[in-house]
Ligand binder design. Structure first.
Ligand code: CTP
Ligand code: MG
Length: 189
């Protein structure tokens, strides 16, 4: 199978997991998810994780994913062999777990950062770039194991996963630099 199709499929499928982060930057603010609570002298998650960001970011990811599913159902005949999000209803379920898992992973990353005594916004290399894709893939694997294996593991699909693992941290960094320069984000990471 064409390697470019596999790379394209991997990145396309991860879009619903990638847009919730910038979505949270745009929609975020207000009440923090941890309601300001502390654990062992540090905030549980910190002021960088808000309900508005969480819900707005997930809805944004699901909305974009719905457009992708519609796009696939209309145009996938143009790319025979393209794996993509696939058919309803699993495609919609996977979009929901990808979007939700990405921001759960992001909160898991913040939880770890606070336990290490790192303040909100402090740079955590590796963790900052990978917590959300790890959360997205893990939750989706738990809820839709067959879909995840079909999309990212079996046959040649591992190439899609490899493309995601290589490209997403680079993409994450680039988008955050753009967000920082545009004045939307406080730090370029
Ligand atoms: N954001 C939000 N709610 C979320 C996730 C993100 O409101 N659930 C918003 C916050 O304004 C946050 C910004 O998006 O500051 C950037 O997110 P991120 O870089 O993940 O947070 P940091 O501020 O760097 O905080 P942390 O150190 O906890 O990662
Ligand atoms: Mg950050």
């Amino acid at each position: 199978m064409d390697v470019l199709l596999l790379i394209g499929s991997g990145l396309w499928v991860m879009v619903p997991a990638l847009v919730p982060n910038p979505g949270a930057v745009i929609f975020g603010g207000g009440t923090p998810v941890d309601f300001g609570k502390e654990w062992k002298g540090e905030r549980v998650l910190g002021d960088g994780k808000t309900w508005r960001g969480l819900i707005g970011g997930i809805c944004f990811g699901v909305l974009i994913g719905c457009f992708q599913i519609i796009g696939e159902s209309n145009y996938s005949y143009l790319l025979p062999g393209f794996i993509g999000l696939g058919a309803m209803p699993t495609a919609l379920g996977a979009v929901a777990t990808l979007a939700t898992g990405s921001l759960l992973g992001d909160m898991g990353g913040a939880f770890i950062k606070r336990r290490l005594g790192m303040v909100r916004g402090q740079k955590a290399p590796v963790l900052d770039q990978n917590d959300s894709i790890a959360g997205a893939l893990l939750l989706t694997l738990l809820v839709f194991p067959d879909w995840t294996i079909h999309t990212f593991v079996s046959g040649d699909a591992w190439v899609s996963l490899l493309a995601v693992i290589i490209a997403v941290p680079l993409l994450h960094r680039s988008v955050n630099i753009i967000g920082y320069k545009a004045g939307l984000k406080k730090e370029p990471w």
